[in-house]
Each structure stands twice: as structure tokens, then as C-alpha cells.
Design a protein around this ligand. Structure first.
Ligand code: FE2
Length: 368
């Protein structure tokens, strides 16, 4: 159904992912977890002490990756409704754009649904323009452009510095959404039409299937390939796919994982494991076949095996990656740690081993 659109590419003039905001039940404790487990540092805060009485936000950063954890301070309202339905999760993948007003009207003209009309947000450090549009599930994209703001994070936030021990994470590499059966093409077309993204790679159920279950995925990317959004939907299988498990527990479509880029996956994963992060495990046989499959790599195979890191090679180079177990009680959100050595892919060669590992966990949860 996706007719090529003749409108100009990059209608929103996206500069980068400005931040990712999570709505959580207890932002203070979530910030403590992500700081101590993943090595983020807190640098900004919004709450009672800054004059915000409705919600509290803790802002964490590591190099260019910035995460906000926000909790409601009272009853009712959209945050409590979100938490009631989904539990803790990603609410906002916020973009910095050249001009929030222009981006917002271009998005609406192209079929986006409005969440927040463009408005000024100001404090003593200056002003930003802010608007927001709806994407899959209860997820939104804020569109933020800077006017003259020079404060610690965004208007309304005060500085609050609690350093974490850096684990080498640098930036958000990609963010994956899980959508309902039959909706993948709809959302891929939406990203193409509304944001001017292009289809970067498509994986079908032959690429991503195990004995029991399957999924399909389309990766959408902006012009510069700085922003990459794979979109997954479940495919027919003998048993329940991991995407269906996610949809059941999240209560709708939503963000499945954030991939964080590191320049040294061995150092990062060693650090994260020491901090108590649990990763999906692949069988040792994966490593017996590794060199045959990917050829020579710079890293020590012993270290790769010891840390349970996955490796995949394509025509451009190779990548090293690893996936955490779900970060919350619900089997919904997880993180990926990725290092790229030339490859711009997503680890297609690891899908089978990985999904078998996910299914072992799903079976333990009684959800396969
Ligand atoms: Fe990923």
C-alpha cells in the first residue's frame, strides 16, 4: 500500500534525538537504578523544589544519550492512566528540530495527530518552542527547537548533579517499537509519510523465526541515518511470539528496546555485569561456530565468550551486541548494548540464537 510520496524529504528537519522520557511509578528510584546500573549521571531535576507540583522528573545523561524519568505527584491524569495501563515505559522520543512550529505543521499536514500545539516554554535561562505528535501506542514525539535557552537542560528544570560511574555508553543507536499484528506497514508508512523517513532494511519471518515463533521488522531511518526506528510485528508461529508477549503485558504497542552505542563493548559489558545487569544468554555452541561465521575480529574470542557477547558480520563490517533481560517486572522494555565496527545492520545473523534465548525466558514465565 505504500505509494512513494512526492513531498520533500526531511520535512521536519530533525537534528537528533533530544532525549527519551520514561513515565514510571517512582522516578527517584528509577533514576537511582539507571545511574548505578548503566552509569548515567544525573544533571537536571524538576519537582517541588523547582516549583513543579504535578510531577517530578530526574534527567540523566551519558555522553550524548539523555534519559528523563518522570512520575506523577497526585491522582488521575494522563500519567496515572499511562502507568495503570502499561506500567513503566517510554512515553516520549523527543526530537530537536530546526523549527518546532514548521515541523509540527508539516507533520499535521502529512497526517500526524496532535498531542500538544506549539508553545513557548521559558524560564530565567531563556525559551524553547515545544510541540508534540502521537506515534504508536501511547508514545509521542516531542518537537523541540531552541530560541535562546542556555540553562542546564530545558526550561523549568534546575541543575542537580549526581555523578554516576561512566560505563562507556555514548548515544542512542536505535529505538525499536513493537506494534500489533498487521500494523507494521501502517507505522512504516507513517514514518515515511509524516517524518520523511526511508525504509532502511526489512526483515521477514524467514529471517526472524525459530521452531516456535516469528516476527517481522522494518527499519525506518531519517536521511542522515542518525535516527533509526525498527518496527516489529508478530508473525504466525506455532507458539506465542515475543512480540505478542510484549503487547499483552504492555497493553498496547510501545517501545520494546533502546539500543545504546558503546565504543568498547567488552569494557562496557564487563562493567554492566559487575553492576548486576542480567543479559540474555546464548548457548556455548554459539561460540564454537563463531569464527567460522564471522571470520577474524579485533576482540578476544575468549572475552567475547566469557561475557556472552554476540557478533554479526555483513558486507560493511561487523557489530557486537548484547541484550539485557527485561528491565522491569513486566516482560516489556529492555536495553541493547551495541558496538559497530563498520556494520550498519542490526545483527541478522544473531536473530535465531537470540530468539531461542528469549523463548527459553518466555517459557519460564509461562508465556510461550
Ligand atoms: Fe536492536
Amino acid at each position: 500500500m505504500s505509494e512513494e510520496i512526492s513531498l520533500s524529504q526531511d520535512p521536519l528537519q530533525l537534528k537528533r534525538i533530544h532525549h527519551v522520557e520514561f513515565w514510571v511509578g517512582n522516578a527517584k528510584q528509577a533514576a537511582f537504578f539507571y545511574r548505578n546500573a548503566f552509569g548515567f549521571s544525573q544533571f537536571a531535576y524538576q519537582g517541588l523544589e523547582t516549583g513543579e507540583r504535578n510531577h517530578t522528573s530526574h534527567v540523566l545523561g551519558q555522553k550524548k544519550a539523555r534519559l528523563i524519568f518522570t512520575s506523577p505527584m497526585g491522582r488521575g491524569g494522563p500519567m496515572n492512566e499511562y502507568l495503570d495501563r502499561h506500567g513503566d515505559g517510554v512515553r516520549d522520543i523527543a526530537f530537536e528540530v530546526a523549527d518546532a512550529d514548521a515541523a509540527y505543521s508539516a507533520a499535521l499536514e502529512r497526517g500526524a495527530e496532535s498531542v500538544t500545539e506549539p508553545h513557548d516554554r521559558s524560564d530565567e535561562h531563556g525559551t524553547v518552542r515545544w510541540a508534540a505528535i502521537q506515534t504508536y501506542g501511547d508514545t509521542i514525539h516531542s518537537l523541540i527547537s531552541y530560541k535562546d535557552y542556555s540553562g542546564p537542560f530545558l526550561p523549568g528544570f534546575g541543575a542537580k548533579e549526581i555523578p554516576g560511574e561512566d560505563t562507556g555508553l555514548q548515544i542512542v543507536d536505535h529505538i525499536v517499537g513493537n506494534v500489533e499484528l498487521g500494523k507494521m506497514n501502517f507505522w512504516a508508512d507513517w514514518y515515511s509519510k509524516v517524518l520523511g523517513f526511508e525504509r532502511y532494511i526489512t526483515f521477514d519471518d524467514k529471517d526472524i523465526s525459530t521452531e516456535f515463533s516469528a516476527l517481522m521488522s522494518i527499519v525506518m531511518s531519517d536521511d542522515s541515518q542518525k535516527v533509526k526506528f525498527p518496527i516489529n510485528e508478530p508473525a504466525e508461529g506455532r507458539k506465542k511470539s515475543q512480540i505478542e508477549e510484549y503487547l499483552d503485558f504492555n497493553g498496547s504497542a510501545g517501545v520494546q528496546h533502546l539500543a545504546l552505542l558503546t565504543g568498547d563493548v567488552i569494557k562496557t559489558v564487563r562493567h554492566l555485569r559487575a553492576n548486576g545487569i542480567e543479559f540474555l544468554e546464548v548457548p556455548q555452541s554459539y561460540y564454537d561456530e563463531l569464527t567460522d561465521r564471522v571470520g577474524e575480529i579485533d576482540e578476544s574470542i575468549d572475552a567475547i565468550r566469557e561475557l556472552g557477547i554476540l557478533v554479526d558480520r555483513d558486507e560493511d563490517g561487523y557489530l557486537l551486541q548484547l541484550f539485557t533481560k527485561p528491565l522491569e517486572d513486566r516482560p516489556t522494555l529492555f536495553f541493547e548494548i551495541i558496538q559497530r565496527k563498520g556494520s550498519r545492520g542490526f545483527g541478522k545473523g544473531n536473530f535465531k540464537a537470540l530468539f531461542e534465548s528469549i523463548e527459553r525466558e518466555q517459557a519460564l514465565r509461562g508465556n510461550l
